[in-house]
Design a protein around this ligand. Sequence first.
Ligand code: GLU
Length: 442
Amino acid sequence: MVTTRFAPSPTGRLHVGNLRTALLNWLFAKRHGGRFLLRLDDTDPTRCRAEFATAIEDDLAWLGLVPDARFRQSDRLDRYEAALHRLAAQGRTYRCWETPEELELKRRLQLSRGQPPVYDRAALALSEADHARFAAQGRRPHWRFLLKADDPHEWVDLIRGPTRIDPGSVSDPVIRREDGSWLYMLPSVVDDIEFGVTHVIRGEDHVTNTGVQLQIFAALGATPPAFAHAPLLTAADGKLSKRLGSMSVDEFRARGFEPMAIKALLARIGTRHAVEPVCDDAALIEAFDLADLGRAQPRFDEAELAALNARIVHQLPYAAVRDRVPLLEAEWLAVRGNLTTVAEAEAWVPVLRGEVPPPALGPEAEVARAAAELIEDVERLGPESWAELTRRLAERTGRRGRALFRPLRLALTGRESGPDMAALLPLIGRERALARLRRAAA
Ligand code: GLU
């Protein structure tokens, strides 16, 4: 069964970039009738926090990206230990004793000589006596995975196509730290194997890791999953901005963006499809294909999100908002076309059912007066009433266009602009309309 996973580290809130990664994994799993797993990469106890793990779950739930199963790496440390033993038995791991300062010094030396900063494997030359000596000094080793030069780092990426990493350009990765904690590289492979992950969809920043991880899959005797590396989002100006990295679900929520708008945008930017106001998950899932993602870095533009959000709000059925808006269905349908966020609906409650400030119309008060007289003769206001009223008012006052509509709208709603009056007038109702017109005429 197709199985994807989203694997954030609970070291902070989800931002728009990793929301997109989550979404791509979710869409792909749903498109293929598969499973979407949430894996918390929490092996670094100094940086991971329980409240971020909870927040990640909440953020995904808000977007409607509900995992079929969830697990955390900190519960699986014995599995990583077992894998390390298997690799060690094959001579694919080795102990190193360099301090971070020593490594940094080597790196700078290499760079100053114009060499790639690849670990020189000095530790491979150490004898057992050397190891014993370091241990006797109270030092503790970290562990590296030994890359094979003859094992090509090659795969057909589902987004990038055939991809190759030059093995000489990559250091043997550190897989375990001095304090015994695990780095990302090995646990990720162990989990992908043991949870039957079939497709790893992640950001382009992991391309080099994939080269390394392919060798770990092979060393552990497993067939690797398929890989897809999506280009990273940039801000509207084309740069990888800090702001983008800090834009969280909280902020989207606070700004009144619909989860659907975020999904519709993030599913389509960077693909050959136009960004459209897609209103339900099924339509997004149906149309989703990794092959539609391009190689160019997509731009995430807040203004585009705001515009898309408004277009989605204009189409939202009552069922999608009934718990959130203090409106009846007909009222929602009348006002939604005028909103940019669902929360703005509340502002129309006084117009529909309450009090509106009487406008100071001056000479235009004649319009309100005439309108009141016309409505007095009508028993009930219906869908045709607005057209009828404005036609007869035009005859009676000789006013047309703005000179007619503006004072009328102001008198009836207290505002210069708003939803279609034909829909609004019957909802305001005859009594309320009359009272407002009379006050405006006075
Ligand atoms: N924890 C890693 C990250 O957030 C996961 C990468 C992966 O998907 O393998 O970058």
